[in-house]
Write a protein that binds this ligand. Structure first.
Ligand SMILES: C[C@@H](CO)C(=O)SCCNC(=O)CCNC(=O)[C@H](O)C(C)(C)COP(=O)(O)OP(=O)(O)OC[C@H]1O[C@@H](n2cnc3c(N)ncnc32)[C@H](O)[C@@H]1OP(=O)(O)O
Length: 288
């Protein structure tokens, strides 16, 4: 396990931030609001831990800038095949930072495209697993849904309580949630602000597995490690194909899938995978 990025950035204007990330002794960036490590076999898993525990990991602008920067760095890292985003045992994230947005005006939001920079999570080509313990509320629930797989700890709670603040979800809560849990439950959550627990989230389809709180992150890393052992090139294509199912008709999606399937036959990794099967050995993928 190698700790890549720790804490220690002073307050700066947003524009200045990306240029001013301080560097650790290893030459890698350090962050104020997240801890980033490489974990798993051959350091093949990038682990991002949201780290504003006093504010229950409320997603202030600076935190999301840190997340985006870490995602960029880990995506460029050829040794990393899958990412995990987690919080702590009390909170994955309690939503957008209410204190930071309390005095914003419509003009501030519209002209600055408020929350626009959150969308980069779902555009990442590497798979991302959200490991959710505790509260995943508002933007926290939305961040989990931007990931590709959601694992929940037994104490997890998901909700979109924006209605209680006199607003609505602004990062996909009214769009992704109905697709995952169906219209009725999503509508109830969005209109009442009520939360659902891990068990309900599992039966409704929002999460794929539940683990004891203390084991959650290790289990997410284990799955991420398994994904990392496959060809990164083919994993990215498979992710793109599954995501198409949410963005297009069934017929168009099937057509897209067939083209991508055919395209895998132009890769060395497809040849290696099938040859390894026939030769009864483990495939040695080179990501090309
Ligand atoms: C716009 C969308 C994005 O599309 C949003 O995300 S809006 C935000 C939606 N989220 C919420 O409305 C949740 C707000 N938080 C809570 O309801 C509660 O904090 C709680 C998660 C249910 C936990 O309650 P608990 O009593 O255990 O803890 P505290 O309320 O005392 O909170 C501890 C500490 O954290 C600060 N904090 C919590 N959530 C936020 C937040 N979203 N933004 C900013 N700060 C938050 C809270 O103020 C406390 O800090 P203190 O004031 O004591 O310094």
């Amino acid at each position: 396990m190698s700790a890549l990025f720790t804490t220690g950035r002073a307050f700066l204007s947003r524009a200045a931030k990306s240029a001013a990330f301080s560097r650790s002794l290893s030459g890698l960036p350090t962050y104020e609001n997240i801890i980033v490590e490489k974990r798993g076999k051959n350091d093949s898993v990038g682990l991002i831990q949201l780290n504003r525990p006093k504010a229950l990991n409320a997603l202030c602008d600076a935190l999301f800038d840190d997340v985006n920067d870490a995602l960029d760095k880990l995506s460029e890292d050829k040794g990393v095949g899958c990412l995990v985003i987690t919080g702590n045992e009390k909170a994955f994230a309690a939503g957008a930072d209410i204190k930071e947005m309390q005095n914003k005006t419509f003009v501030d939001c519209a002209s600055g495209n408020f929350l626009g920079h959150w969308g980069r999570v779902s555009k990442n080509r590497k798979p991302i697993i959200a490991a959710v313990n505790g509260f995943a509320l508002g933007g926290g629930c939305e961040l989990a849904m931007m990931c590709d797989i959601i694992y929940a700890g037994e104490n997890a709670h998901f909700g979109q309580p924006e209605i209680l603040l006199g607003t609505i979800p602004g990062a996909g809560g009214t769009q992704r949630l109905p697709r995952y849990v169906g219209k009725s439950l999503a509508m109830e959550m969005v209109l009442t602000g009520n939360r659902i627990n891990a068990q309900t989230a599992l039966s409704a389809g929002l999460v794929s597995k539940i683990f004891p709180t203390g084991r959650l992150v290790d289990e997410a890393i284990k799955t991420a490690e398994t994904i990392s052992q496959n060809s990164q090139l083919i994993v990215a294509l498979a992710k793109e194909s599954v995501n198409k199912a949410y963005e297009t008709t069934l017929a168009e999606g099937n057509e897209f899938e067939k083209k991508i399937f055919h395209a895998t036959f132009a890769t060395a990794d497809r040849k290696e995978g099938m040859t390894a099967f026939v030769e009864k050995r483990k495939a040695d993928f080179k990501n090309n």
